[in-house]
Every structure is written in C-alpha cells, then in structure tokens.
Design a protein around this ligand. Structure first.
Ligand SMILES: [Zn+2]
Length: 484
C-alpha cells in the first residue's frame, strides 16, 4: 500500500503538481458511553478508514478523499483535477513554507489500550460513578467515557514518511440540582493530565470516588448559596476555568487563518492584525503564553502535524508582548507576503485535520500559560483584598473577533481581606480581552499549574472537532466586572 501511494504521488508530481501529500488512516475508532441517571443513555462506536489527498497545482489546492482504497489512481487524479479547476480562479497563489523531509513516527503514551477493555467493565465504572453521585440535592447525574484510537500514515512529494498512532481517553462526571428559585446548577469533574500516560490506566477509581464526593458537596453548597454580587472584584481563575479563558481569548485569537480573515464562522475573526506582532501589549508582564506541542502526554502533542512539520514549543506572548501565532505552512507565507516583511520564520507545526476526509487547518496544540512567581493558590488568596475564586465552565459567549467575553462558572468563592468567606451561585465575569490580560496581577507557581484536556474544539466548515490541551496556572485579574 505504501509503495502504491508513493507511486501515485510521483505520478501526480510528474503532471505538474508542485506538491502532493496523502494521509492514509488504516483505522480510526471512537467509542462513547454515557450514563444518565442510572440509564445507559448512549453507547456508540464508529469506525472509519480511508485516504485523503492534497495536490498543489499552479497556486491552488485540490483535495479528494475516499474510504475505497482500490482506485488510488482515480483518487489522486481527482485531487489534481480539483486543483486544476481551482487554479483558474486563484486570488492568492498558495506557497508553502520550507520544511525538512521527515522519516519519523509518534505514539501517544499509554499502557492499556481502552479498546481492549470489555464493555461490561466500562459500564461497571459508569454504574459505580452513578451510584456515588446519587445523593440528596442531586436531580440529574451523568458519567461519560469517550475513547479515540487512530493510526495515520503520512507521505508527501518532498520525501516525508510519518506514522502516528494516537489513543485518547476522556472521562467525565457531573451533577445537577435545582435551587429554591427553580434554577438549575451543576458541578462537574474531568481530570487534568494524570501521570505520564493516558490509556485506560488513567481512569483511577479512587480519584473519581474522591472527586464525585467533592462535586456533590460543592453542588449542595451552590444550591443554598446567595447569588454572586454585581460589582468589580479581583477574579482568581482556577485551571478549571483558566483553560477556557486561554482557549477562547488567546488560542482562537492567535490562529493565523483567522487573523488573515478566513474562518469567519463560529465567532471566527480575530482582533489581532499582522502589524501587532512584536509590538502589541496583549497582557501584563506576568503573561507568557506558548503553543507547546512537546508537552508530554496531552492531546495537543501529536509528534508531527498534517503538513508533516515536527512538534514545536513556540512563544505566543512574551512577558505581555505578542510575538507568535498558531500557524501552518501555507498561512505563514501568505502572512509574510501580505505584511511585506518576514513576521513568521516558518510553520509552527499546527496544521491538523480531524479525519482523512477533511483538509488540515490551523489548530491549537497545547496553548499554555507559563507558571509565575506569585506562589500557591493560598498565597494568592492571602494577597487578595476583595476577590472571587472561580472554577468550572458553565457557559460562555465571545465577541466575533474575540475582543470581549462573558463566562459563567459552576461555582465561586468570595475572598475578603485574604480569606475565603462564602460560596456564591450564578457566578459570572466579563471583560475586554486586552484590558483583562493587562490587569493580570498574579500568576501561581508550578504547584498551581495543570494540563487540562479539551476533547471538542470546533472549527471549520464543514466542522472539524479537535482534541488539544492547555497547561495553565492559577491567575488573578484585577477590577473585573462580576455577577451580570
Ligand atoms: Zn475551540
């Protein structure tokens, strides 16, 4: 098969294509189990295989994909035909940033393949969680397991040959309850990175037992709590909400295709312009953010992207100044040409497709905030006069260019004169992205830093759901509007 694909790449290249690549997925599986109030509400399994082919011809892409691998010449020919047609109406001729030809492989670290675990055992875990969550105050309870396994073989006309074997495990539990006013509240748990691997072994029943008790206890505190005050306070974001803040207002805002005006669906623009790189003060000096695809054990670490570019660790924001973006081979060339200067030195290795029948687009890797020097969570609370500690993403809305945001969290704890006082319900906060990050006044140390997983980032039309990570510390922002 490998030989046949390479022959087709050479054949299309000899017909005038400047670049050809192919991603062959011999096998891709997902498995989802959801238990809702004691009933197995969903048990689904999907399995796909096929090939996607990209051809670059006279400055235009052509793409074709099929799950039928018996007519490779026809499949490659179709991609070339599509590129030929597209080449008749090119607005900006596609060029690809240089890269080295790679012969490599990557396997995500795991000890026990979750697809080898019997169905009964998985349902048994969910049932155990359901029993633990079935407590006074809880009106609805949910336990969920999602597993992904894929093998991808990448070949291109520049001599790259890359094999990737990826396994992802995403467990979560949640509870909902109704307060005296008839409003529903929820508390949930999905683990941050645990240890060096992410196979079935990371589903640690002891940990989940402890966390199940905690979310039930905290839900009950929220149900009897007063509402979050409407005022300005310092907000102290735990990783369970800081990851989403980072995702929506740093990650998505710094995808280079959005900055260039593509991807306008799904709040798809960005307030960032090409002139901003190297000069824009995105945040206070305490803010250093990076796209790090080399974090051990995260869905945002995948070895090589779907341009065949190796994983990198790149600064996005350096002590508050915007210095980098999330890029693939195509967009960096277009950005440099549009700006008439070399802003980007090459692809940052962040072009990914969700499956063989989708084209790669700029996707987040691990978009992280560096730990700071302001101590532990306790130190930060002690140093806060009037604040609120927030955790758990409940809902969010984002300006169409990521310039402002409004988040609701599952729980809030008021801080007065350096001490936690009361739990509040209906906690929300909002702000303007740049003003907010410039009000970053404390960043927790390594002890507060966690890698949170995202299993469902959506982007593109047709939609491509992607998995990634965010390594974030506890962060405090001053003078933030809360409670409305
Ligand atoms: Zn997203």
């Amino acid at each position: 098969m490998q030989q046949k694909i390479k022959e087709q790449i050479d054949r299309i290249r000899s017909q005038g294509a400047v670049y050809v690549d192919s991603r062959w997925y011999p096998n891709e599986e997902t498995h989802n189990l959801t238990m809702w109030n004691g009933n197995l509400k969903n048990a689904s399994a999907t399995r796909e295989s096929g090939i996607g082919v990209r051809v670059l011809f006279k400055g235009a892409w052509g793409f074709s994909a099929s799950s039928d691998i018996n007519n490779l010449p026809g499949l490659f020919e179709k991609a070339l035909d599509n590129a030929r047609t597209a080449a008749e109406r090119v607005t900006f001729p596609v060029r690809l940033a240089e890269k080295d030809a790679i012969q490599g492989s990557f396997s995500s670290p795991n000890r026990i393949d979750p697809f080898t675990i019997p169905f009964d055992q998985k349902v048994g875990f969910l049932k155990k969680m359901d029993d633990l969550l079935n407590q006074p105050g809880v009106s609805q309870r949910v336990a969920d397991l999602t597993f992904i396994r894929k093998q991808i073989l990448f070949y291109d006309s520049e001599g790259s040959e890359i094999e990737k074997n990826i396994i992802e495990v995403f467990p979560s539990i949640g509870v909902m309850g109704v307060d005296a006013d008839g409003q529903t509240h929820r508390r949930s748990f999905s683990p941050a990175r645990l240890g060096d691997t992410r196979g079935w072994e990371t589903i640690d029943e002891d940990l989940f037992t402890t966390e199940a008790e905690r979310i039930v206890r905290e839900l009950n505190q929220v149900l009897t709590a007063d509402s979050c005050p409407k005022e300005e306070r310092s907000v102290i974001l735990l990783p369970g909400i800081m990851f989403l803040q980072t995702h929506e207002t740093i990650g998505h805002a710094l995808e280079l295709d959005r900055i260039l005006g593509y991807e306008l669906a799904y709040a798809g623009g960005s307030f960032v312009t090409l002139e901003d790189f190297g000069t824009l003060r995105y945040g206070s000096e305490k803010l250093t953010a990076r796209a790090n695809a080399t974090v051990p054990n995260s869905p945002g670490s995948f070895g090589y992207d779907d341009d065949g570019v190796p994983a990198q660790d790149n600064l996005l924001i350096d002590k508050g100044i915007l210095v980098g973006a999330i890029t693939g081979r195509q967009m960096v060339e277009e950005a440099n040409a549009t700006a008439r200067k070399q802003i980007f030195q090459g692809s940052s290795g962040a072009n990914r497709a969700t499956s063989f029948y989708r084209v790669p687009i700029e996707r987040m890797t691990n978009i992280n905030i560096d730990p700071g020097t302001d101590g532990t969570l306790e130190d930060i609370i002690k140093d806060t006069e009037k604040g609120i500690v927030l955790d758990g993403d409940k809902s969010w809305s984002i300006g169409s260019n990521r310039e402002q945001f409004h988040f609701a969290t599952e729980i809030g704890w008021l801080v007065e004169d350096g001490e936690i006082t009361d739990v509040v319900k209906n906690a929300t906060y909002q702000g303007e992205t740049l003003k907010f990050y410039n009000a970053l006044s404390a960043v927790g140390d390594e002890s507060t830093w966690e890698v949170q997983y995202v299993d469902n980032c959506g982007k593109g039309q047709p939609n491509q759901v992607m998995q990634l990570g965010h390594g974030v510390p506890v962060c405090r922002f001053d003078n933030v509007r809360i409670g409305e």
